[in-house]
Write a protein that binds this ligand. Structure first.
Ligand code: SAH
Length: 345
């Protein structure tokens, strides 16, 4: 099988040319086509001689994602069905709001976790996305954003399909490419990685001194409830998670965001509110209350508005910043937790 040229560094591409007795600056040209110009074909590389292009074609391929289906929501959200080189699918979403244009991208095909309320968890985890597939989603959405909304993306959230921290190395490499000047040059401060709470990998991220932001899908600060709605969490107890988050703050100085959905009969009582407040007070944090998006065959129902108000009141009383995130792209199943390749079934 031919190697994907995009898995090579600039240095490796230059060495390839040298090994074939060509000047190494050819490597810079090719690298520039691949990354600055997001070129998907050797034929586009017009400042490289025909002979060299043929040589490249013989040795390498450019595996790139393809957008198969674009759905546009009435609120402007755009959902892309992304086909990978091996014909698997993921989804990525462009979310334009007044002050920001956010790309929500996937990290895995399917998901190995088992959150009861999430549509993606019903899909088998097929494989990890490689760094280029992560980068391509961002660069594709960036182009889309310029095309439809006349502005580049301003933020990226890893809240699409999959658990980003279970694809750690590729995630880090993908983000490096997104933030580098060869890639999109986006500041890591504008990138948020959302995890279901894999404590040991939060510690690793802190040790690696990553510069992006951390969000943790908490949904309950009571172990019994969390274990029920996110069964995998039995392996990652709340106190261990908190220790990891404290460590993260100590090492990076960054405040974690807890994502939190409130459901009727699950976490809509005072006990859960108090548990969340004390969990939040244990290490600097803010809370993002997410509107629940109903998925098929699910018994989960959003809590009543007055319960959400009560959560907000108690958190604010305790000086914990809280925001409520309204769903976007609901009519095209593009909202959080709804990504499940519905257009291909
Ligand atoms: N695995 C990662 C990232 C993907 S999920 C994580 O769990 O954080 C992105 C966010 O969507 C998470 O906060 C998740 O809890 C939330 N989510 C999942 N299903 C949802 C649903 N049906 N409605 C609203 N949010 C949902």
């Amino acid at each position: 099988m031919k190697k994907d040229i995009r898995s090579l560094s600039l240095k490796e591409i230059c060495s390839f040319f040298e090994s074939k007795n060509y000047p190494s600056f050819r490597g810079n040209q090719v690298y520039n086509w691949l990354w600055n110009k997001s070129s998907f074909s050797f034929d586009e590389m017009t400042n490289v001689s025909l002979e060299l292009r043929e040589l490249l074609k013989k040795e390498f391929v450019i595996n790139h994602i393809k957008i198969d289906n674009i759905q546009k929501s009435s609120d402007g959200t755009i959902k892309n069905a992304v086909t990978l080189f091996d014909n698997l699918y993921v989804e990525s979403v462009l979310i334009p709001v007044k002050k920001r244009t956010t790309a929500c991208i996937s990290s895995q095909v399917g998901c190995s976790l088992d959150c009861e309320f999430c549509a993606t968890s019903k899909l088998k985890r097929m494989r990890n996305l490689n760094p280029d597939e992560i980068f391509d989603q961002a660069s594709t959405i960036n182009r889309q954003s310029k095309l439809y909304y006349n502005r580049p993306i301003s933020n990226i959230v890893f809240m699409g399909m999959g658990e980003p921290l279970l694809n750690y190395n590729n995630l880090i490499q993908g983000i490096e490419k997104i933030t580098s000047k060869d890639g999109l040059g986006l500041s890591p401060k504008r990138i948020t990685v959302s995890t279901s709470g894999i404590s040991k990998l939060i510690i690793k991220m802190a040790d690696d001194k990553v510069k992006f932001n951390l969000a943790v899908s908490l949904h309950s600060a009571i172990e019994k409830t969390r274990n029920k709605i996110m069964p995998f969490s039995k392996k990652f107890p709340l106190d261990e998670l908190l220790d990891a988050i404290k460590y993260w703050f100590k090492k990076t100085g960054k405040i974690v965001t807890y994502e939190y959905i409130i459901w009727k009969g699950v976490n809509d009582d005072l006990e859960h509110i108090n548990a969340l407040v004390s969990y939040c007070k244990a290490s600097p944090s803010k809370v993002n209350i997410i509107e629940y998006n109903k998925i098929e065959n699910s018994l989960f129902i959003s809590a009543d508005d007055h319960i959400i108000d009560k959560y907000v009141y108690e958190l604010e009383k305790n000086k914990i910043p809280v925001t409520i995130r309204k769903s976007r792209g609901k009519d095209i199943d593009a909202a959080c937790g709804q990504l499940a390749n519905n257009f291909i079934v």
